[in-house]
Ligand binder design. Structure first.
Ligand SMILES: Nc1ncnc2c1ncn2[C@@H]1O[C@H](COP(=O)(O)OP(=O)(O)OP(=O)(O)O)[C@@H](O)[C@H]1O
Ligand SMILES: [Mg+2]
Length: 456
């Protein structure tokens, strides 16, 4: 069943229940109040009449007194203690004949239903004792057909039934309108989602009115999610196109040298040697590049870190020693404390520090300085070089994938432009920060900030 139909049926059923309950209360209250009013009126009449009767000595002489109190469709009786009627006046013989006289020594009210001309009629009866010298000598009985009540009851019942039906119809129409109003944005979303499912292309929902309600919020959240998905797909597309572009150059070089070898290289040893050397170096470049692609994909996928606590000083000492030996360049490590505790993924942090020192070595000719500083909240690692420097307007770009400030030089140094992107991803995973300060011709300082606690 559609949700609109469900909402509609439930609201209508509820409104119907409420109307029936309210109308029942109205109906029964009306009945009670009207009947009580009739009873009170009869009682009052009876009380007034009793006062007059009490002045008489004999009950048999009361007939004259009864007549002025006779209302439409009623009777008044004076009844002897043996339940015999002493006097009776009536304008509805048929009704009076159907009701048996009854002696009562105290006040009482009764309601009886009798059948008159195939119709049920309600009769209100009031009995009041007649006293003389403290003794009950008879009963005054008033009987009155509740004709107005029957009429009023039927009318009220018709009005209430009509109101209930009208209420139910209005609720059905209103419920339909309301559920359509609520469901319109949801249907919109469902259609958009179905479109996305079929075409595989992320698409945003068209928000017609800024209603600022939950549904508007849902649509905005959905659009934000789609926006992120689009951005990530765009990033992926860009990555594939950049990566294939990067691979194209070394592959072209390899292909052309292989071609050269095929044509005349084997006969000419010198040419063959050159070609094989070039093929080897370009293949190594491709290998390094693909390793970096994998690193980048790994850090971007947000894989969980294998963090542990270790001493940053001895950790950096080891890295510097290795790189110094490999690059034959002076790398100085500076620290104030011999023990700086960090909580991080050892392998990944090593990768970041290597990326930074590698850049410092590649883009400078002088020594490289590494500083370790510790504070209550942060641990700072600074890699400083006295090299080329980076123009200020390029600083934000160098974290972009495949971005290299000086393409020719980078090619010479074998750079792919992925190092800083990988480093940034890893530091982001550690909830840290990476900052670059640089002056062209003077040198560059790259700072890593690692939080003391790795709240994951
Ligand atoms: N210390 C530095 N001094 C001067 N320029 C730098 C420095 N570090 C980075 N750069 C510039 O930023 C660019 C991006 O650096 P990144 O490390 O991402 O790539 P890369 O070094 O070119 O290649 P690789 O992927 O091999 O690291 C470099 O090409 C270089 O132009
Ligand atoms: Mg680099």
């Amino acid at each position: 069943m559609k949700i609109t139909t469900k909402i509609n049926l439930i609201t209508t059923a509820w409104v119907l229940c409420v109307l029936i309950a309210v109308n029942s209360v109205v109906f029964f209250s009306f009945m009670k109040i009207t009947v009580n009013m009739e009873d009170d009126e009869l009682h009052q009449k009876a009380e007034t009449l009793i006062k007059e009767i009490n002045k008489e000595t004999s009950l048999a002489d009361t007939k004259e007194k009864l007549l002025p109190y006779l209302a439409n469709h009623s009777y008044i009786r004076v009844i002897h203690p043996d339940s015999k009627i002493v006097n009776q006046v009536t304008n509805d013989q048929q009704m009076a004949a159907k009701i048996k006289a009854k002696f009562a020594d105290k006040k009482e009210t009764e309601r009886v239903t009798i059948k008159l001309k195939n119709q049920e009629e309600q009769i209100a009866i009031v009995r009041v004792p007649i006293k003389s010298n403290g003794q009950v000598i008879g009963t005054l009985e008033f009987g009155k057909k509740l004709a107005g009540l029957e009429l009023g009851k039927d009318l009220l019942l018709s009005i209430l039934t009509f109101c209930t039906i009208l209420g139910a119809v209005l609720s059905l129409v209103g419920g339909r309108w309301l559920s359509n109003l609520i469901m319109r944005p949801i249907s919109n979303m469902i259609n958009t989602m179905e479109d996305i499912e079929q075409s595989g292309i992320p698409k945003k929902i068209v928000i017609q009115h800024e209603t600022k309600d939950e549904l508007h919020k849902l649509a905005v959240t959905f659009n934000r999610m789609i926006g992120r998905l689009e951005a990530s797909l765009e990033k992926q597309r860009q990555f594939i196109s950049d990566a294939s572009h990067e691979l194209k150059t070394p592959l072209t070089v390899i292909k052309s040298y292989a071609d050269l070898l095929l044509r005349r290289g084997i006969r000419n040893e010198e040419v063959a040697h050159d070609a094989i050397e070039s093929i080897y170096s370009e293949a190594t470049r491709i290998q390094k590049m693909t390793e970096k692609f994998l690193d980048l994909a790994d850090t971007e996928s947000g894989n969980s870190l294998e963090t542990k606590e270790f001493n940053l000083v001895s950790f950096c000492e080891k890295i510097c020693k290795q790189l110094q030996a490999a690059y034959k360049r002076e790398i100085n490590l500076h620290f104030n404390e011999a023990w700086i505790t960090v909580i991080a993924d050892e392998l990944k942090l090593k990768q970041v520090i290597i990326i930074l020192i590698d850049n410092a070595i590649k883009y400078s000719m002088d020594k490289v300085e590494v500083y370790l500083e510790d504070s209550k909240k942060l641990t700072r690692v600074t890699v400083k070089d006295y090299g080329l420097g980076i123009p200020e307007y390029e600083i934000d770009n160098i974290f972009e994938r495949f971005y290299r400030v000086d393409k020719a030089r980078s090619r010479e140094t074998g750079g792919t432009g992925l190092g800083l992107s990988i480093a940034k991803n890893i530091i982001k995973q550690h909830r840290g920060e990476i900052k670059v300060k640089s002056t062209v011709g003077i040198g560059t300082e790259v700072e890593l900030f690692l939080p003391k606690r790795n709240e994951k």
